[in-house]
Write a protein that binds this ligand. Structure first.
Ligand code: ADP
Ligand code: ZN
Length: 192
């Protein structure tokens, strides 16, 4: 079901690329990111996983999905640190990319231009349904985009929206099931 980029050897030899994995909360972005990284490891490639320091949801250092699988990561305060910390890696992954500033756009471009594979996971839309942070530009620059869906907890359809249960005006509010629900378009618009 997932679309992992597939290349002939000759196609990957000289050039890097960017993959974006996006969708609402609970859609399996982190799971899919980890699946791709596990496969890169099996291919003996050196990987490095980064996440913003803002995301303290479950664990300080590890990236943890909602189904509780986990992987070591480097927590980043300043986007520019990704450049130097990824020097030795062939595959660079970034989770929760929506929380980084727009500086991440050029940083990712620079890394891919060096011939590396960059896998970026992040929310496409915030709780208001608006494009989230640098994600629109990252998607525009990517060679591959995978849009994942969660299950609408209200009606069981495919969900593309992250609905905030508690009303707060701050866009960046962390949390999981208590504060947010995956919802389809119709249930998202109900506002109840
Ligand atoms: P994301 O990174 O997109 O927030 P995760 O990879 O952390 O997603 O978690 C995905 C997992 O969340 C699913 O495999 C499933 O076990 C769980 N889950 C909880 N609620 C839902 C939901 N409403 N729809 C789909 N999966 C859900
Ligand atoms: Zn619904």
């Amino acid at each position: 079901m997932f679309t992992e980029p597939f290349f002939q050897d000759s196609e990957i030899s000289n050039s890097g690329w960017v993959e974006v994995v996006s969708g609402p909360m609970f859609s399996g972005k982190t799971e899919e990111l980890m699946r791709r990284l596990r496969r890169a490891k099996i291919a003996q490639q050196k990987i490095e996983l980064f996440k913003p320091s803002l995301d303290k949801r479950y664990h300080e250092k590890k990236v943890v999905s909602h189904d509780e699988s986990e992987m070591e990561s480097i927590v980043i305060e300043n986007e520019n640190d990704i450049l130097k910390l990824s020097k030795d890696a062939q595959v660079i992954a970034i989770d929760e990319a929506q929380f980084f500033s727009n500086e991440i756009i050029d940083i990712i471009k620079t890394i891919a231009d060096k011939g590396k594979r960059v896998i970026v996971a992040g929310l496409d839309k915030d709780y208001m349904g608006k494009p989230f942070g640098p994600m629109p530009q990252l998607m525009a620059n990517a060679e591959f985009i995978t849009k994942l869906h969660a299950i609408c907890v209200r009606c069981g359809s495919l969900a593309s929206f992250s609905y905030r249960i508690k009303k707060s005006k701050k866009t960046v509010m962390l949390g999981a099931t208590e504060e947010y629900q995956a919802r389809c378009r119709a249930c998202f618009n109900l506002d109840e």
